[in-house]
Design a protein around this ligand. Structure first.
Ligand code: F6P
Length: 553
């Protein structure tokens, strides 16, 4: 336990309250830039990714920060023992105390083979053993050496999983499409809605399809149901059950359930219970990514994350990029009352990045109980949302510019495009929007400017932009596997920092259990005929209406 219960009782929190009172919404970002020509240098940080020799620029200068804010935020991180918790994580301590587990996804990307242990036992050999298996297997599939039951090579991968067993693999394989194997079709089936599996199967040939059943527990209802449907479809075409060995592999921690399903454990890629679902793309759960982009690229993906891990572990807090990101989030949530956080990648390949971050952030920090068991006296995890820009500009950015809510935003872009079409014209237009949005959000537009532009008197208030909206701009060189790995690890450690300060356990997810239990019970009621009456009148009414309209089981 960290030696405090409520973060708002820490001395630095109180100092930040006073600082906020002085600064408050009275801080005008535009004026801060006019006052201090060094502001960009002072508040931006460069991450050096030694895994590939590239850099990522994090510009925090368009945030509500002064030279007094940063030391106070850093003091808060110190008083909240962020460093201690971080070191405990890297030591393999069981910081996920409600599940009595270590939080050790960092050991999955230990590309420098540093000693790493849980319960006094090295985990390096086991992690490397699974990676070796992934390497061999991906080479066999990609080269065509691995044949389906009728002797044809595999050309379609269907990953069946949900939550962390889906969002990471789908996001990363989309983001790294330029590295994907040509001709290899990838499907990700997560939803229990039969449409999801039906659409994937419609498009696939059982002779050349490989199913990856991705589930840490191998008991998740959506995944096992979809997997059984896939197996049934497959066996309708395949000559016999022996063919399963060529077409189904399991990515899981649960050998017993994998065997029960009918997958030979030789075709199982395992990982340990210290890998949380939302942190599992680095584990065997990432096999679809590895098959698609090849082992070397997958290794680079791990190495980029490892570079960010070392930065997080070794850099003093004032310079520590994910710590600063986390502190800013706390600053906005708890001192400015921001309820949301926008992440907008200016990168079409990264279109699933916000969805991925939603699970990372909201499943981690959507909690209200401190590590000592009390209800928090402040707000915790923000509502994270996002879409790729520039599309988002033409839909919801209106609310950012002229709405009543404060929405801190991260904009992410790479200088180099994978598709520099039209002499890079598209990339320059994309970049001009990337720069223009953060500038517009900050500087706004005054009534005088609107009038000077000739707007009729009655329209002036409608055309005014108050400005002073904070943003963080993240500029990478190119979205390579290594850079993407580093960016994900940045958000992981940012989320870690937030949770450490709020003094909540960012690593369990009890909040998803109740719905699962109720759905299971209602599922049984749907299997039976007749009306139900055991719920509230709304739930009874809805269930009975469904029964009447759906034609029964
Ligand atoms: O229900 C939430 C959750 O447990 C997530 O945390 C997890 O990523 C997802 O379900 C899938 O779990 P599994 O990989 O065990 O199927």
């Amino acid at each position: 336990m960290p030696g405090f219960s409520q973060a708002n009782e820490l001395p630095a929190w109180k100092s930040l309250m006073d600082h906020h009172d002085k600064l408050g919404r009275g801080m005008v970002l535009k004026a801060e830039f006019e006052k201090d020509p060094e502001r960009f240098q002072k508040f931006s940080r460069t991450f050096k990714n030694d895994a590939e020799g590239s850099e990522i620029l994090f510009d925090f200068s368009k945030n509500f920060l002064t030279e007094d804010t940063l030391p106070l935020l850093v003091k808060l991180a110190k008083e909240a023992n962020v460093e201690q918790l971080r070191d405990d994580m890297f030591k393999g301590e069981k910081i996920n105390f409600t599940e009595d587990r270590a939080v050790y996804h960092v050991a999955l990307r230990n590309t420098k083979n540093d000693p790493m242990q849980v319960d006094g036992k090295s985990v390096v050999e086991e992690v490397n053993g699974v990676l070796e298996h992934m390497k061999e297997f991906s080479e066999q599939i990609r080269s065509g050496e691995w044949k389906g039951y009728s002797g044809k090579p595999i050309d379609t991968i269907i990953n069946i999983g949900i939550g962390g067993s889906d969002l990471g693999p789908v996001m990363v394989s989309e983001a790294l499409k330029p590295y994907g194997k040509e001709g290899m079709k990838l499907h990700f089936v997560s939803n229990i809605d039969g449409t999801h599996i039906a659409e994937a199967l419609k498009d696939s040939n059982p002779e050349t399809t490989l199913f990856l059943i991705a589930s840490k527990t191998f008991t998740t209802a959506e995944t096992t149901t979809n997997a059984n449907t896939a197996k049934k479809w497959f066996l309708e075409k395949a000559p016999d059950e022996k063919a399963i060995a060529k077409h189904f592999v399991a990515l899981s921690t649960n050998e017993k359930e994998v065997e029960k399903f009918g997958i030979d454990t030789k075709n199982m890629f395992g990982f340990a219970d210290w890998v949380g679902g939302r942190y599992s793309v680095w584990s065997a759960i990432g096999l679809s990514v590895c098959l698609y982009i090849g082992y070397e690229n997958f290794h680079q993906f791990l190495a980029g994350a490892n570079a960010m891990d070392r930065h997080f572990r070794e850099t003093p807090l004032e310079q520590n990029i994910p710590v600063l990101g986390g502190l800013l989030s706390v600053w906005y949530s708890d001192f400015f009352g921001a309820q949301t956080h926008l992440v907008a990648p200016f990168d079409q390949y990264m279109h699933r990045f916000p969805a991925y971050l939603q699970q990372l952030s909201m499943e981690s920090n959507g909690k209200a109980i401190t590590r000592s068991g009390d209800y928090v006296k402040y707000t915790t995890g923000p509502i994270l949302f996002g879409e790729p820009a520039t599309n988002a500009q033409h839909s919801f950015f209106q609310l950012l510019h002229q709405g009543t809510k404060l929405i801190p935003a991260d904009f992410i872009m790479a200088a180099e495009s994978h598709n520099p079409v039209e002499g890079n014209l598209h990339q320059r237009m994309l970049a001009s929007n990337f720069f223009a949005q953060s500038e517009a959000l900050m500087i706004g537009k005054t009534p005088d400017t609107v009038k000077a532009e000739g707007a009729p008197e009655g329209l002036v208030p409608h055309k005014v932009f108050l400005g002073n909206r904070p943003t963080t701009s993240i500029l990478a060189q190119k979205i390579t596997p290594s850079t993407l790995g580093a960016l994900i690890a940045y958000y992981e450690h940012l989320t870690f920092t937030e949770g450490a300060i709020w003094n909540i356990n960012s690593f369990d997810q009890w909040g998803v259990e109740l719905g699962k239990v109720l759905a299971k019970n209602i599922g049984k009621e749907l299997d039976q005929s007749g009306k139900v009456d055991g719920h509230d009148s709304s739930t009874n009414g809805l269930i009975n209406a469904f029964k009447q309209r759906s034609g029964g089981a």
